[in-house]
Write a protein that binds this ligand. Sequence first.
Ligand code: GLU
Length: 459
Amino acid sequence: MKQEITRFAPSPTGHLHLGGARTALFAWLHAKASNGKFLIRFEDTDKERSKDEYVKSILSSLLWLGIEPDEPPIFQSKKEAIHQKAALQLLKSGLAYSCDCSPEQLKNMREEQIKNKIQPKYDGFNRNNNLPHKQGNVIRFKMPQTGTTSFEDKILGSISVQNKELDDFIILRSDDSPTYNFCAALDDIDMNISTVIRGDDHITNTLKQINILNALNEAIPNYAHLPMVLSSDGKRLSKRDGAKDINDYKTRGYLKEALINYLIKLGWTYKEQEIFSLRELIEFFSISDVNSAAAKFSQELLDFYNNHYLNSCSIDFLLELLNKDFNLSAEFNDLPRRKEILELMREGANTIDELKENINFFHENPNLTSQLFEGIELEKEIFIKLNKDLENLDFTEKNKIDTFLKNFLELNNLKFPQLGKPLRIILTGKSDAPSISDLLYLIGRDACLERIQKFINIY
Ligand code: GLU
C-alpha cells in the first residue's frame, strides 16, 4: 500500500470538539494504516478570530488523545507571501482577473438574481474587462464556464457539479489577504497531501479547490468527506449534546481510550467488535469503510465505553489519576481500604467525576435528614443492639461480617430490609449504595460505630 500523507487543518478559532477530533482521528488512522504521515496545518488566516490559546488547546487535546503529528505543525498565516505571489501569477497568466465591483454592486447583483429565481453568484461582470490590478481590487479565479467538475470521494462515491454553477470566487481580497479555498488548495499540494480528509460541509470547497489545482496543472489529491455528526434526535450537534470540547471530556473524567473508541464508532464499524486498541484500529481501519450516512451522537454509548475503560484499568492507575487530575481528598487517601473501595465503586461510575462523587461517603460522615428515612420503619433499639454487637466483631474479613449479619437478623427475628434499608442510609446517606456487608467492611469499624451512634442520638 502506498504511504499516505494526510492532514488535519483546524482553524484555531475555538477549542477542539468532538467533530474535529473525529476528523483528526480518521485522518491520523488513514495515514498510520499505510505507515504514512499525519500532519497538522493551522488555518490561522482569520487574524481576528485565530488565537494562540486555541492552537495550544487543540494541540494538547490531540496529544492527550494520542493523535500526534509526524512533523511540527504548519501555520498557514506564515505562508501569506507565497499565496499572494501565486494569486498574482494566476492573474498574469490570465487564469484569474482583477475585479473592482463594490459591495453595493454585489448586493444589487444578488438581489436581482434572487428576484429572478437564479442561484446567487458573482455574474462575471469583470471577467473579460482586463482591469489592471490595483490596490483595493480583489482577484477572482476564472472558473471554467462549461463542463463539469467531478471527483470520486473515498467515502461518498462520485460527486459532480456543472461548472456553470460554480462562481468566479475571490482568491485575493482587497486587503491582499488570500482566501481559504486558494490557500488550502496550494498548501495541500505543498505538503504533498495524498488524501484530504475533512467534514462533508467542505464538498463545495473541494470542487473549487480542484479547479484551482487544475489551473495550476497540479495533481489532484484523493478526497474523503466525513458525513456530519448529528445529535441523538437527528439535529445539528449543539453544546448540550456533545459538541463540547475535548478538554471538557477530559476534566469530567472521560478516559482517552473511551473517547477514541467512541469517536471511531461515529461512522466506522468492524465486524461485531466494540472495543479496539489503537493498534487494532491502525490494523483494521480503512477510510472506504466509513459509513456514508450521518453519524449520531450517543451519550449512552460514550458512557458505556468510559465505564468499560474505567473498569479495565489498574486501580493504581485510577488512584493516581484521581489524585493528579481530580484532587482526591487526603481523607480518602488515608482510608486503609481505598483501593478496594475504588474496585467496588467503579462498576457503577461512568466518569471519574462521578466516581469521585460516589466515594465521598467513605470518608465523610453523611448528613442525615429525616426526609431520607421517609416511609422506612425505624426501631432505635435494633441499632443500639447492633452497635454493641459490632464492637466485638472482627472487621478484617468480609465473610465474618456476612455471618454476623445473618446471625444478627435471626437472633432478633428481623427480615433483611428492616435492618438493611435504614442501615444503608445511616452509613451512606443514600438508599442505593452497595451491599451492607461491603459497606461495613469498607467503611470500617470506627466510622460505622460513629455513624450508627450519631443516628441513635438524633432519633
Ligand atoms: N480550516 C477548516 C475548518 O476548520 C478545515 C479545512 C480543511 O480541512 O480543508 O473547518
